[in-house]
Write a protein that binds this ligand. Structure first.
Ligand SMILES: [Zn+2]
Length: 211
């Protein structure tokens, strides 16, 4: 089993699957975060250390390769993006790219600055994913419509870039976080991207924190 990052909605099956024989492979920061108390400020929540059976059994720092039933699987760390533990998973022969929570298809994403995420890293991860994909690549996001492609990913990246610029301008003018939310820097994108758990105000606050 591969964890794309440490968040509970992507790792809560660890102990169960490990108990029936699965090895758990992840970035080294995923193991660190699952082993210690994690405070996520934006959820106002402390995640407790996971039991031993839920901790990744094999970790890596930058890249890792696996062979499984004749398929080659490439794992690659993004650097800080949605968290500091995000990896991509490439199924080469099938031309499938799983990008974890660096891509929320058609909705505003969460960015977890409490464990190392930031907006510029999210944009850099999207650029890396776009560079790694062809027009035929099946791209699997962490949230949103579950099967995607390069065109939808590019639309998501362009949204991140535009909102980052808007928020950076308002912050540079000396506006507080609340004043920046009131200025609605996401307005042009809300009808399309603002209809999931991360609403326009929440997303503006997340970008403001790390821009
Ligand atoms: Zn996540």
């Amino acid at each position: 089993m591969i964890n794309t990052h440490w968040h509970f909605d992507h790792s809560d099956g660890n102990e169960w699957l490990h108990s029936i024989g699965a090895e758990i492979i992840a970035h080294e920061n995923t193991r660190k975060h699952l082993s210690e108390v994690q405070r996520v400020e934006d959820w106002d929540y402390n995640f407790l250390p996971q039991p031993k059976g839920a901790i990744p059994t094999e970790v890596f720092a930058k890249e890792h390769r696996l062979e499984l039933s004749g398929s080659s699987i490439g794992l690659r760390h993004y650097g800080p993006a949605h968290t500091d533990s995000d990896i991509s998973v490439t199924f080469a022969e099938a031309n499938v790219l799983h990008v974890g929570d660096t891509f929320w298809n058609g909705v505003y994403p969460f960015i977890d600055h409490s464990t190392g995420g930031n907006i510029d890293g999210m944009i850099a991860a999207c650029d890396a994913n776009i560079a790694a994909a062809t027009n035929d690549t099946i791209i699997i996001p962490g949230h949103g419509k579950p099967v995607s492609n390069k065109a939808e990913l590019t639309e998501f990246r362009d949204m991140l870039v535009a909102i980052r610029e808007n928020v950076a301008k308002l912050k540079a003018q000396g506006r507080s976080r609340d004043e920046t939310v009131v200025a609605k820097p996401t307005a042009a994108y809300d009808a399309k991207f603002g209809n999931f758990v991360i609403d326009p105000g929440f997303f503006t606050r997340l970008v403001y924190e790390t821009v």
